[in-house]
Design a protein around this ligand. Structure first.
Ligand code: ZN
Length: 487
């Protein structure tokens, strides 16, 4: 056989082998058998679940970056409402305020182990509203046709109510958990006020190593993963970092009739395009790798083939996500969104000052230092030597383990509440929550908003007509009751 024929035959052989391996791996990439836990029924008072949340909605606890603009009375009213709405919690828990915006409850468990409690987090402040865009008063607690309207129903007085109502149910049923519980609620999460840090300091000072920490995060949703039709509960085991940067440029200014070849606006525009043309590298972080492994198995053949063979298809996935942007892309790299641009006020004036502003979300292990240095390099290349200005910046959170008892118990409570066919998967949260501060004391921090949400409800978070129906509100309480009972 001539040499070229041997080459063709061996290349063909390698290709066939490759296809064979890819197909075998795809075939074997099927959902893992799940050990089923026998779940006891959990009956809760559904009407009380709704009326308690309704009472919280009626407190107009809007956070503003300038605290002077806040209505302090509404925050006082909320604290009083907690006392009257959840009497058994107050009767059985030690209660203290670590700061004006950080409430801490402590329930003693049966095992006497004070160092490994379960910590339940939520925030009781909300973002502002544009009342004209709402069909109902956002703070009146309007209940209509089985739906409760109100700012904060989803984000996140719903889980605040879930925690406290769940605990009321536990105590009503005369059940005491094995573990100690702490409820740590902040009143300035929406403006990144950092009161949650007071609780972290308290736990650190008391050498507490939590059994688990649960805070807002992913929900039970549908249609979030290509080719998967089952309901999926997403538990954020980490969150991306965030960084806001501005580049400013001073120029000569002048009249638009006799411009230089490049004005400050043109030069910053060129930098903006350059930044967009240089996306960050592909990173398969642990939460996303686990997510692809769990949900990929449930998907259609093509996606199963891709996710079962990432060793081969990673470059293709990298290219596809770079091109598509959006949610999937945000799960595999640090993203940059150009958000601001300022020049002169009139079209016939060349500005003496111009700026662009951007928002970065950092995928671990990319740090603020690394990511901003990368952009600085691009700005230097474009001859824009100004030092970037940071409005805020923090690194990605620590990554939590899914191999803890706490994670399994959350998973069981999810399956007990929303049914065994609900998929449970870790994920990388692209938004921010107070939970990130807890990385300092624990690798068992889970971000899960225990609600089954319809796609349009996702838009209502920080948007208009935020609402939950009676069934959703009751399910949240049931989830917490189930989880607490198992701890
Ligand atoms: Zn929130």
């Amino acid at each position: 056989m001539p040499a070229w024929a041997i080459a063709v035959v061996s290349i063909g052989g390698v290709l066939l082998l490759l296809i064979f391996i890819v197909l075998i791996r795809t075939m074997l990439f099927r959902p893992k058998k799940r050990a089923k836990d026998e779940e006891k029924p959990a009956s809760i008072d559904k009407e009380k679940a709704v009326t308690s949340l309704q009472a919280l909605i009626r407190c107009k606890t809007i956070s503003t970056s300038d605290h002077k603009d806040e209505d302090k009375n509404e925050f006082v009213k909320l604290k009083e409402t907690l006392r009257t709405t959840y009497p058994l919690v107050f009767k059985n828990c030690e209660y203290q305020e670590l700061g004006p915006k950080e409430l801490l409850f402590h329930l003693k468990g049966k095992n006497g182990d004070e160092k490994h409690p379960a910590i339940f987090m939520a925030h009781f402040d909300v973002v502002s509203v544009e009342p004209d865009r709402w069909t109902e008063d956002p703070f009146a607690g309007v209940r209509k046709n089985g739906v409760l309207y109100g700012r904060g129903t989803i984000d996140t007085k719903g889980t605040l109510n879930g925690t406290l109502r769940g605990c009321e149910e536990l105590l009503l049923h005369g059940e005491r958990p094995e573990h100690d519980f702490y409820f740590a609620f902040a009143g300035d999460e929406e403006v990144a006020g950092g009161s949650a840090k007071l609780a972290v300091k308290y736990f650190k000072d008391h050498s507490i190593d939590p059994y688990l920490v649960i805070d807002e995060g992913g929900a039970v949703v549908n249609g979030i993963f290509p080719g998967v039709k089952k309901n999926t509960a997403l538990i954020g085991t980490a969150e991306k970092g965030a960084c806001a940067m501005e580049f400013h440029l001073d120029g000569e200014g002048g009249h638009a009739s006799a411009p230089a070849p490049h004005t400050p606006v043109g030069r910053l525009g060129k930098l903006a395009v350059d930044i967009e043309d240089h996306p960050f590298h592909f990173i398969l972080s642990e939460p996303v790798r686990e997510m692809f492994d769990i949900l990929g198995r449930e998907s259609t053949f093509t996606y199963r083939m891709i996710f079962a063979n990432l060793w081969l298809f990673k470059p293709i996935l990298n290219k596809l996500t770079k091109k598509s942007g959006g949610q999937l892309n945000a799960l595999v790299r640090t993203t940059v969104a150009l958000t601001q641009m300022e020049g002169s006020k009139a079209t016939n004036i060349i500005p003496t000052k111009a700026m662009i502003g951007l928002n970065m979300r950092l995928m671990p292990p990319d740090s603020v230092e690394y990511a901003s240095a990368r952009l600085k390099k691009l700005s230097d290349k474009n001859g824009i030597a100004s030092t970037p200005i940071f409005s805020y910046a923090w690194n990605p959170s620590r990554i939590s383990t899914t191999k803890s008892e706490g994670y399994s118990k959350i998973k069981n409570a999810i399956e007990g509440t929303w049914g065994d066919d609900t998929l449970v998967s870790p994920y990388m949260m692209t938004a921010c929550a107070d939970a990130r501060f807890y990385g300092e004391i624990s690798d068992k921090v889970y971000r899960f908003s225990a609600m089954k949400l319809r796609p349009e409800q996702m838009e209502m978070i920080h948007g208009d007509n935020e609402q939950l129906n009676d069934e959703q509100i009751a399910e949240t309480v049931e989830f917490y009751y189930r989880l607490m009972r198992s701890l």
